[in-house]
Design a protein around this ligand. Structure first.
Ligand SMILES: C[S@@+](CC[C@H](N)C(=O)[O-])C[C@H]1O[C@@H](n2cnc3c(N)ncnc32)[C@H](O)[C@@H]1O
Length: 257
């Protein structure tokens, strides 16, 4: 069966984190890969570039410019590319994603010496423990089946003192902004997404997955529960998106959550 045959009930169950989620997410991103970049910039009116830049700024790459960094759920490698182009950066960005077609599109945009695309699942990374100087995930963690397992896996691969940055959609709290946002997300975005990508359910899944993702305070709590310290978050564009930052404690800070 093609992904386009999957009805919206499956999209709904997947967005809610059902057993179908992993296979469904992998399939829709593999299918929309050729149109993903175009749709991203059109649907976000290009604001996504600014959000990614702000998130990359939170990684603190200047603290270890020759380290290895992880761009998790890297998709078409926009974050990996921008991160590797940061002034003074001399390290390596591992761009990990389980949808190979997304990485294939992205690989054409990056310099191989600076970015290494890797096909991998976010909850089972082929990376040694405590080997990375930082990790970032943009618009990806909401899609991972198993948020807590994913947080634990990121924690495992970071060196003490390294930061983990999450850029993700959230639901605005100001009533007027929320009303516009929900209208756009529920009606306009699925329509444009469907017309441009030709995919029947991918852009219906998106607003549902955002609605099912933990609110900012809850995500911060789950990060702390996974072991991260100095966890903080800030809202972007009236709460349409948020950046969370946490650190793997240096040993003397261990236990200080
Ligand atoms: C919305 S895209 C974001 C891509 C990119 N980070 C960006 O900023 O445009 C989400 C990506 O997460 C990937 N993804 C979802 N669940 C995953 C998992 N369990 N392991 C690896 N990648 C995953 C999808 O394949 C997809 O490429």
């Amino acid at each position: 069966m093609l992904a386009t045959d999957i009805d919206s009930a499956t999209a709904s169950a997947a967005a809610a984190g059902g057993a179908e989620k992993r296979a469904y997410v992998k399939r829709i991103f593999s299918e929309i890969a050729p149109r993903y970049d175009l749709l991203n910039h059109v649907l976000s009116l290009n604001v996504d570039r600014r959000w990614r830049k702000a998130a990359i700024g939170e990684l603190g790459v200047e603290r270890d410019p020759s380290g290895s960094y992880l761009d998790l759920c890297a998709g078409t490698l926009d974050v990996a590319r921008a991160l590797s182009a940061t002034a003074g950066f001399q390290g390596l960005v591992i761009g990990a994603d389980f949808a190979e077609p997304m990485l294939t599109v992205g690989a054409k945009k990056v310099s191989r010496g600076k970015v290494a695309p890797v096909t991998a699942d976010a909850i089972e990374l082929p990376v040694a423990a405590q080997s990375l100087s930082g990790a970032i995930v943009a618009f990806g963690i909401r899609n991972v089946a198993g948020l807590d397992e994913c947080l634990a896996e990121i924690f495992r691969v970071l060196t003490p003192g390294a930061r983990f940055v999450i850029l993700e959609f959230s639901t605005p709290r100001m009533r007027i902004v929320r009303a516009f946002y929900l209208f756009y997300f529920r009606y306009i975005l699925p329509l444009i997404g469907r017309l441009v990508s030709g995919h029947r359910t991918a852009y219906t899944y998106l607003p549902r997955s955002v609605a099912n993702f933990p609110v900012e305070e809850e995500l911060a709590r789950r990060m702390r529960a996974a072991g991260f310290v100095n966890v903080r978050w800030s809202s972007l564009s009236f709460g349409i998106a948020a950046i969370h930052v946490g650190e793997r404690a240096r040993s003397r800070e261990n236990g200080a959550r």
